[in-house]
Design a protein around this ligand. Structure first.
Ligand code: SF4
Length: 372
């Protein structure tokens, strides 16, 4: 079937997509500027089905946020709290290990662990946390720490990012979730998250992790004060690093949620923005295997539609999400495995449970096996 391409700017891009050619910076801008969402979706779906057919991946995972205490005060954030804030919390190691076990009922295959930049928790404390989790849940993959947390732990420990990553890896960290990238453009970063590592430092930390054999995801926070040029620049910098290392597994576009942040005056993203971000990413990031529609952030309804606009992954059961819910997310904090299966099947796609590295998982009621 011939697609109807109403926007003439997209016609040469469609030819490139059909031929499997790489898209340029200018093409990326055209993708973000066009209102022709159906043509965009057609092209992104072409690539998605070329790579994955109908397969749609999900996992059974649990989020753990050991602390929301943070020395940074990013204007984009509703999660981080000052150490003296009465609402702030920091789990003890026993609490982390106990909390991890509460998600065990569906035999999780992954713990997703991120938190604030705590002024007192040491690198050794985090290594102990990882060792304790590995001891108690040896089959569970530990996907832990944003590049920003790694940078902060390195600075506090007076170690290089490489040495810090090595210690975390040796203690049990299996991969990194790719958070903290936000938007690499320094003009924007200075306003939304000026206490964080720079965009170049984020890229350098990811490069080092990949060189050490650790895989990671990558992200982009959109829908705040950035413009389309900033978005395309961000995606192309990720694509360039992927050409170099091949270490990224999945790209996850993250919509900015303004509630309870210093940027609360900014309107929330629309479904149109969210779908477009998925499709543009699928088309520009030709070397990153997976594009995730993170249902917590997009809502399950929009994430389901995204499965026809370039996304091949819908994330996991999550169990307990704090970061987006502190910023006003109205989605549930968890979905059961059966609910994820139904969402995917009703979109006409074929669900495949995966582990963090996209190996197929087969399971009984309470156990699982990863095909390696
Ligand atoms: S975004 Fe991360 S680093 Fe910034 S204040 Fe929030 S928790 Fe801290």
């Amino acid at each position: 079937m011939q697609p109807v391409v109403e926007d003439p700017r997209l016609r040469p891009i469609l030819e490139k997509v059909r031929a499997g050619d790489r898209l340029s910076y200018e093409d990326g801008l055209a993708l973000y500027h066009t209102p022709d969402i159906l043509a965009l979706g057609y092209m992104a779906n072409l690539v998605r089905e070329r790579l994955h057919g109908d397969l749609t991946y999900f996992n059974v995972n649990r989020h753990i946020n050991p602390t929301d205490v943070c020395v940074a005060s990013c204007r984009l954030c509703a999660f981080g709290k000052r150490v003296k804030d009465p609402k702030a919390y920091t789990m003890s190691l026993d609490e982390v290990w106990h909390r991890a076990g509460e998600g065990w009922s569906e035999a999780v295959t992954e713990f997703h662990i991120v938190g604030g930049l705590h002024p007192e928790l040491t690198l050794e404390w985090y290594c102990e946390m990882l060792r304790g989790l590995k001891e108690r849940f040896p089959q569970v993959h530990l996907k832990a720490f944003t590049m920003v947390e790694v940078g902060y732990l390195a600075r506090r420990s007076k170690l290089s990012a490489r040495e810090t990553l090595e210690r975390l890896r040796d203690a049990g960290m299996d991969s990194l979730p790719g958070g903290g990238a936000e938007i690499f453009c320094e003009r924007v970063r200075r306003i939304i998250c000026d206490h964080k590592i720079t965009g170049d430092e984020w890229i350098d930390t990811a490069r080092t992790a990949h060189q050490l054999g650790l895989r990671s995801n990558c992200t982009m926070l959109y829908g705040h004060i950035e413009n389309e040029e900033d978005r395309v620049d961000h995606l192309l910098r990720l694509r360039a690093l992927q050409d170099e290392t091949g270490g990224f597994v999945t790209f996850i576009p993250l919509a900015f949620h303004p509630d309870n942040t210093a940027l609360h005056h900014i309107p929330k993203t629309t479904g149109f923005d969210d779908i477009k971000s998925i499709a543009a990413a699928r088309l520009l990031l030709d070397n990153i295997p997976h594009i995730k529609a993170y249902w917590i952030m997009m809502t399950p309804r929009i994430a389901q539609i995204a499965l026809r606009f370039g996304a091949d992954d819908i994330d996991g059961t999550v169990v307990e999400e704090k970061i987006y819910h502190d910023a006003g997310a109205t989605t549930s904090q968890s979905l059961r495995r059966a609910e994820l299966l139904a969402l995917i099947r009703k979109a006409g796609r074929e669900p495949m449970e995966r582990d963090t590295l996209y190996r197929p998982v087969t399971r009984t009621e309470s156990t699982f096996t990863v095909l390696v």
